[in-house]
Design a protein around this ligand. Structure first.
Ligand SMILES: *[C@@H]1O[C@H](CO)[C@@H](O)[C@H](O)[C@H]1NC(C)=O
Ligand SMILES: *[C@@H]1O[C@H](CO)[C@@H](O)[C@H](O)[C@H]1NC(C)=O
Ligand SMILES: *[C@@H]1O[C@H](CO)[C@@H](O)[C@H](O)[C@H]1NC(C)=O
Ligand SMILES: *[C@@H]1O[C@H](CO)[C@@H](O)[C@H](O)[C@H]1NC(C)=O
Ligand SMILES: *[C@@H]1O[C@H](CO)[C@@H](O)[C@H](O)[C@H]1NC(C)=O
Ligand SMILES: *[C@@H]1O[C@H](CO)[C@@H](O)[C@H](O)[C@H]1NC(C)=O
Ligand SMILES: *[C@@H]1O[C@H](CO)[C@@H](O)[C@H](O)[C@H]1NC(C)=O
Ligand SMILES: *[C@@H]1O[C@H](CO)[C@@H](O)[C@H](O)[C@H]1NC(C)=O
Length: 534
């Protein structure tokens, strides 16, 4: 029998990990934070933050550190924080102040608006103490200016010759996207010339130092596609940690060219995001074929779909709720992101049903929500709990590629490892429709819907059917045997269960067990596995 201390020792050894790789990140799930908007210091006035004002609201690295329970209790195993480098802090620009952190001044200095070097180290330490990873957003492509002729001496690269000469971006020409200046003439973003040897060397020593000083486990790279892919392998090599880049756009061939040894470990999967909007948003195209096609293309074109970033929102997109009014559309799409290939990412506030449109309305302060345990927060907790358990207790979840089992106009069923997720776009109103699922399971196998704990028994020919007479809920079917010992849905339960072949049955005997128990048991099993395997 393992002692509690031993389990904790294993956990802490694992998590003190320096230099986390893509392989390490595969098993993580990420909560994305805009530092200024996550939490207020004690005593601050909670009514003063208006996203439309485009100015600082008061969040810091300390207030993130003081409020990590909210993130960890939802089962996340990593946070991604907005850029930590010094930003423009002069008179208000045409687009307000640099509260978001993306308007880089001197990258070698920290942003004092968010705290000191010790504060950032304390955040990093606390994140690691909890067994979580820290991902930091970095801006390499450009700096920020308020004119086309800035004083270059205030930046990390101090000579005009370190920058491409000004030209407005022609969005139909990738060379122009990479060499011209993002932003506009009111707030230009001077484009660093990342082909120059001293810029390349300067950036490499900068990132190595940043990662080591603050014990950073991964980098999210802003505007990654605006630098030729060839720049990234050595930059990320110097960083020595996982890199996930922003490659905005729905051209999957171009996106795929940014993942691999010739580019980055990973990118944020915009093509899949677009497909999820096409498939699930209400009102919307409700085009399930678009999702089926993108899953197939993703598997064929990306080097490693398992490490791509899956998201439904971020600081550049309208909130899901702003484009899709039905909550079931969110819950089904979100279930896809956790139960298919890739690293799930949730942008702060999505769990609170925020509904702002694009920048700056999608950067709401989190505190007016009172960090409530909402239905979406609870769903995320279940998704993380199940995913974390499957990763710890089965070899097949992470190592297997997602398969589409069936699809129709109203839904899709996918399988990854031993888990079948049945997703629909019909929305909340009950309908007399169903999704057939063709499983590879033997007839009579008992599966449990991990979200409701209802039981489904596989039909004699391996099929199942999920009915939507109670509305378009997501369903996650896991063989009962896989859940043994997980604590999920009272896994050891053997009480009376009504069952019908191939059909949904309900059971009051199945109840959920508290998550902390789940985590402890799974952690113990995981540590035991390590010892046995060693
Ligand atoms: C959220 O509420 C549900 C019950 O409504 C409870 O089971 C769960 O433990 C709560 N989660 C947290 C993190 O408090
Ligand atoms: C694309 O943009 C680059 C950089 O601005 C420019 O030199 C080149 O002529 C453009 N190509 C076309 C086809 O417009
Ligand atoms: C659905 O998306 C696919 C792309 O995968 C497209 O070919 C098809 O025309 C779309 N159908 C509708 C009805 O928009
Ligand atoms: C979308 O966001 C805008 C700006 O925040 C808001 O005015 C609008 O009501 C939102 N739409 C929905 C459907 O929430
Ligand atoms: C948060 O708490 C404040 C003060 O108790 C209350 O006025 C407000 O309605 C709460 N907001 C939510 C979303 O629960
Ligand atoms: C579904 O069909 C049954 C009969 O087969 C009917 O009693 C019920 O009202 C229908 N429900 C809906 C939501 O249409
Ligand atoms: C397979 O089994 C299901 C449930 O038992 C049944 O509804 C369906 O008709 C069967 N299909 C075939 C092709 O036998
Ligand atoms: C899974 O294992 C990790 C260690 O890699 C541990 O931190 C986490 O608590 C475990 N989670 C569950 C739900 O078993």
């Amino acid at each position: 029998m393992l002692s509690f201390t031993k389990v904790c020792l294993y956990a802490s050894l694992l998590h003190a990990a320096f230099a986390a790789t893509a392989e390490d990140w595969k098993s993580r799930s990420i909560y994305q934070i805009i530092t200024d908007r996550y939490a207020l210091p004690n005593g601050a006035d909670p009514t003063k933050c208006n996203p439309g004002a485009q100015t600082w609201c008061g969040g810091t690295w300390n207030t993130i550190r003081e409020n990590l329970d909210y993130i960890q209790n939802a089962g996340f195993t990593a946070i991604w924080i907005s850029p930590v480098s010094q930003n423009y802090d002069g008179p208000r620009s045409a687009y307000g102040d640099a509260y978001h952190g993306y308007w880089i001044a001197d990258a070698t200095q920290l942003n004092s608006r968010f705290g000191t070097a010790d504060d950032l180290k304390a955040l990093s330490d606390e994140v690691h103490k909890r067994g979580m990873y820290l991902m930091v957003d970095v801006v390499v492509n450009n700096v920020m200016a308020t004119s086309l002729t800035p004083d270059y001496s205030k930046y990390m690269f101090k000579d005009a010759a370190h920058y491409h000469t000004y030209c407005p971006v022609d969005w139909s020409n990738i060379t122009s996207e990479q060499n011209c200046w993002l932003g506009d003439t009111k707030v230009p973003l001077p484009d660093v010339n990342t082909e120059l040897p001293d810029v390349i060397a300067g950036y490499q020593s900068w990132i190595k130092d940043l990662v080591q000083t603050y014990n950073i486990d991964g980098l999210r790279i802003d505007a990654a596609k605006h630098i030729p892919a060839a720049f990234w392998p050595k930059f990320c090599g110097a960083a020595g940690v996982f890199c996930i880049g922003e490659v905005f756009g729905d051209d999957i061939d171009f996106a795929a060219s940014y993942q691999g040894p010739q580019a980055l470990d990973s990118i944020l999967n915009y093509p899949m995001y677009n497909a999820l909007v096409d498939a699930f948003a209400i009102p919307g195209k409700q085009n399930i074929s678009a999702l089926v096609d993108t899953i197939a293309e993703s598997k064929q074109k990306f080097k490693e779909p398992a490490v791509l970033g899956n998201f439904l929102e971020n600081q550049d997109l309208s909130r899901w709720k702003n484009i899709s009014v039905d909550p079931q559309s969110l819950w089904n799409a979100m279930t896809f992101n956790f139960m298919s290939d890739g690293i799930p990412i949730v942008y702060y506030g999505q769990e609170q049903g925020f509904s702002g449109s694009a920048d700056p309305w999608n950067r709401e302060p989190l505190w007016p929500s009172n960090y409530t345990n909402t239905t979406t927060y609870e769903l995320i907790g279940k998704l993380n709990g199940l995913r974390n358990y499957l990763i710890n207790s089965t070899d097949s979840f992470l190592s297997s590629d997602v398969q589409v089992l069936s699809s129709s106009d109203i839904g899709i069923s996918i399988m990854k490892g031993p888990v079948i997720s049945v997703l629909t776009n019909i929305g909340s109103p009950p309908k007399n429709v169903s999704m057939p699922v063709y499983t590879p399971f033997a007839g009579n196998l008992i599966t449990i819907d991990a979200l409701t704990c209802k039981q489904y028994v596989v039909g004699s020919n391996g099929t199942l059917s999920v009915q939507y007479s109670l509305g378009g809920v997501p369903t996650i079917l896991v063989p009962e045997s896989v859940l043994q010992g997980s604590g999920i849905c009272g896994s050891s339960n053997t009480g009376a269960i009504e069952q019908t072949q191939g059909q949904l049955t309900t059971s009051s005997a199945l109840t959920e067990v508290q998550r902390p128990a789940t985590a402890m048991i799974a952690l113990a099993l995981f540590a035991l596995g390590l010892i046995m395997g060693a």
